[in-house]
Design a protein around this ligand. Sequence first.
Ligand code: PRP
Length: 215
Amino acid sequence: MSLSIALTKGRLEKNTVALLEQCGYGIESLKDKGRALVFQDTKKDVRYFLVKSNDCITYVVHGVADLGIVGKDTILENPQDYYEMLDLECGKCKFIVASLPENDLFHKVGHIKIGTKYPSVAKDYFLKRNMDVEIIKIDGSVELAPILGLCDGIVDIMETGTTLKENGLVVLDTVHEISARVIVNKAAYKLKREEIMNVLQDLQRMVNQNVKKDR
Ligand code: PRP
């Protein structure tokens, strides 16, 4: 049976395509993709879509994609009805809480405002700490918000730390480690179990190899 795999555009794309290539899959068209968004594997009965992270989950939940490769950040913000099957150990970064050094929100008295692209993750984090904060949803360049006084602190993704540093913000806490994950549609996992297990095993083998190499 043929498989459809939703891949996340952008940050994770390069790592994911490299991993599929390592597995020996026929993904030449994904490497030289132009503006195309759907790609047929030249060696296997597999079709790939390139979509935005939240859409990756939507395609998997609705069964249009049998599998998806998406960041743990998106999974944490958007938990839905799918299986999270494999940590690809790439695309590593973390969710952090940050602020200007002179405005440490953990020592602030009174109303606290948090700017974030991930309102659900931020809300959960502060709830667990019994902190009543106001969450302000921001769509991008989150580091700007505390500088302009929109909020006291942010919950955001940090990869290299360069963006925080260049904007004079400091990390106050780590919320969660993030990496690329494979998610699977629940019905497809029953109906196409063999095909799905083959892909998962191929990926797992390469992940193990890469982790060993990095040690
Ligand atoms: C992410 C994140 C930070 C930055 C962190 O934004 O929101 O701004 O990357 O990366 P660094 O630690 O390596 O500097 P992204 O590039 O996805 O763009 P956006 O701000 O427009 O969402």
